[in-house]
Design a protein. Structure first.
Length: 121
């Protein structure tokens, strides 16, 4: 099944998005990870067939100076959405945000390669 998770907004420390998938299917349990650690479970509320509103209250550990990238998706699966938060000095065009996003993507690739090799690929 193909699932997509799209960011709607970030307000008052709560990330909001929309999960879309096949009508009539049960959505997978979604989690958020930061630096390889699970930071929270995403809450889902049905909006329409095949669509759910998704919310995540951001933990205080993400709200500090620097660039923080977190990924959201099915537990143990590939991320459906990756977000970066940047605080502190003006970070427009900052390479730190890009580097943080790349680190998260490398972690995803490593996990996929390990899974592929473990399956005998």
């Amino acid at each position: 099944m193909t699932w997509t998770l799209t960011r709607l907004r970030l307000a008052a420390g709560t990330w909001e998005g929309r999960l879309a998938g096949p009508a009539g299917a049960e959505p997978p349990p979604l989690t958020a990870t930061w630096r390889g650690e699970e930071i929270g479970e995403l809450r889902l509320a049905a909006e329409a067939p095949g669509q759910w509103k998704v919310t995540l209250i951001l933990p205080a550990s993400l709200i500090s100076d620097g660039t923080h990238t977190f990924a959201m998706g099915p537990r143990g699966g590939d991320p459906l959405c990756v977000e970066a938060l940047a605080f502190g000095d003006a970070l427009e065009g900052d390479l730190r945000a890009e580097l943080s996003a790349l680190r998260t993507e490398v972690e995803v690739l490593k996990r996929a390669i390990r899974r592929h090799l473990a399956e005998g690929g």
